[in-house]
Design a protein around this ligand. Structure first.
Ligand SMILES: [Zn+2]
Length: 311
C-alpha cells in the first residue's frame, strides 16, 4: 500500500494534468433538463446529476463539486417552483467529480446514502488509477466525516419517495468496487454513474476494484433487466438510450477480446501499445483516457487476479 501510494505520488502530476482538471466554478452554469415526469438531469461540471422533485422534497443522485452546491440548489429550486430541500443524496461512486458536494448538501440537511465500499474509500482516501502500472493516477485524500454517507447498503436498497420506488443497486467490481446504479421505476429512468460514459474510452478505477469484466456485466444487466425504452443518464455526456448502451457494451467487449487474444499470445503491454492493437477504435481516444491508457486498463483488468487486491 505504502509503495503504491509512493508510485502514485510520483506520477500524480502527469495524472492530474491529463485527468480531472477542475474548472473555473464561477463560470459554470447548471443546465436542467426534464427526463421523464418528475425526474430531471442536471449538468454543470463533473458528473451528471439526476433529481427526483416532488411533494416529498428532492432526492439527487451525485453532487458534483462542493463550490457548485449553491448553484445546484438554486437550479433545483427553479424546478416546479419548489422550496423543498434536498432530503436525500445517493452517490453513484466515490470519485470527487461525483461526490465532492456531499458535505455541502449534508450541511443543508440531506441524508447521504451509498454502497458500503464507497464509504470506506471516502473515509480512507484512495489512489485512483487504471492499474498498478497504469499511466492514470489521481490521489483522492481522505474525506472528513461530514462528507461520508450515514446510510450504507450491501446489495440493494429501496427508497420510497415522490410516489415512486427508487431502487439503488450495487453493481460490483465495475467502475469501482462501490458503484450504485439508481433506477427510478415509475419514470423508467436509470442513472448508471461512470459505468456508462460518453467521452470515448471509459476510465476504469482498477486500483479501487473496478474491471472491464464488471463494466460489461453491468451494461448487460441493465440491457436485460430494465425496460427497453428506459432513459439512461450516463456518468458524463448526453442522455442516452438502450441502443447507445449496446454500442458502448460492444466497444468494451470487442476491445477486451483483442487484448485478451494478445495476452494469450504472450504479448507484453509494451508490445500491445507498439503494435497499436486498438487502432480500429482510435476515434474513442480522448484527452483523459487515450488509446494507450485504455490498453493498460484492459491489460490490468484482465491480468489482476482480484482487482481490489491492488489497493
Ligand atoms: Zn468516476
Amino acid at each position: 500500500m505504502r509503495k503504491l501510494l509512493l508510485v502514485a505520488g510520483l506520477l500524480l502530476v502527469a495524472g492530474v494534468t491529463r485527468a480531472q482538471q477542475q474548472p473555473d466554478f464561477s463560470k459554470v452554469e447548471i443546465k436542467v433538463m426534464q427526463v421523464s415526469g418528475n425526474i430531471y438531469m442536471l449538468e454543470g461540471a463533473g458528473g451528471n446529476i439526476a433529481a427526483s422533485v416532488g411533494a416529498d422534497g428532492i432526492l439527487i443522485v451525485d453532487t458534483e463539486y462542493s463550490p457548485l452546491a449553491e448553484k445546484i440548489q438554486a437550479a433545483l429550486k427553479n424546478i416546479r417552483v419548489t422550496d423543498k430541500p434536498v432530503r436525500y443524496v445517493v452517490d453513484t461512486h466515490y470519485h470527487g467529480d461525483h461526490s465532492d458536494g456531499n458535505a455541502a448538501f449534508g450541511a443543508r440537511g440531506a441524508t447521504i446514502i451509498a454502497q458500503e465500499n464507497l464509504r470506506k474509500s471516502l473515509e480512507n482516501g484512495s489512489a485512483i488509477g487504471n492499474g498498478p502500472g497504469g499511466s492514470i493516477h489521481i490521489q483522492q485524500p481522505a474525506q472528513p466525516k461530514a462528507a461520508l454517507p450515514t446510510i450504507t447498503y450491501d446489495d440493494h436498497l429501496d427508497i420510497h419517495f415522490n410516489d415512486e420506488d427508487i431502487r439503488v443497486m450495487h453493481f460490483p467490481e465495475a467502475h469501482t468496487d462501490g458503484d450504485s446504479v439508481v433506477f427510478f421505476s415509475e419514470n423508467k429512468v436509470v442513472h448508471m454513474g461512470d459505468e456508462f460514459v460518453r467521452y470515448g474510452f471509459p476510465f476504469i478505477d482498477v486500483n479501487a476494484g473496478g474491471s472491464v469484466q464488471g463494466m460489461i456485466a453491468a451494461c448487460e444487466r441493465v440491457s436485460t433487466e430494465f425496460p427497453a425504452d428506459v432513459k439512461i443518464i450516463p456518468g458524463h455526456g448526453a442522455l442516452a438510450t438502450m441502443d447507445d448502451l449496446r454500442e458502448y457494451t460492444n466497444l468494451l467487449k470487442d476491445t477486451s477480446a483483442v487484448v485478451g487474444k494478445a495476452l494469450a499470445e504472450h504479448k507484453t503491454l509494451d508490445q500491445m501499445k507498439q503494435e497499436k492493437i486498438l487502432a480500429p477504435w482510435q476515434k474513442y481516444s480522448g484527452s483523459f483516457v487515450n488509446t494507450d491508457a485504455f490498453i493498460e486498463t484492459l491489460y490490468y483488468s484482465l491480468t489482476t487476479m482480484k482487482a481490489g487486491g491492488a489497493k
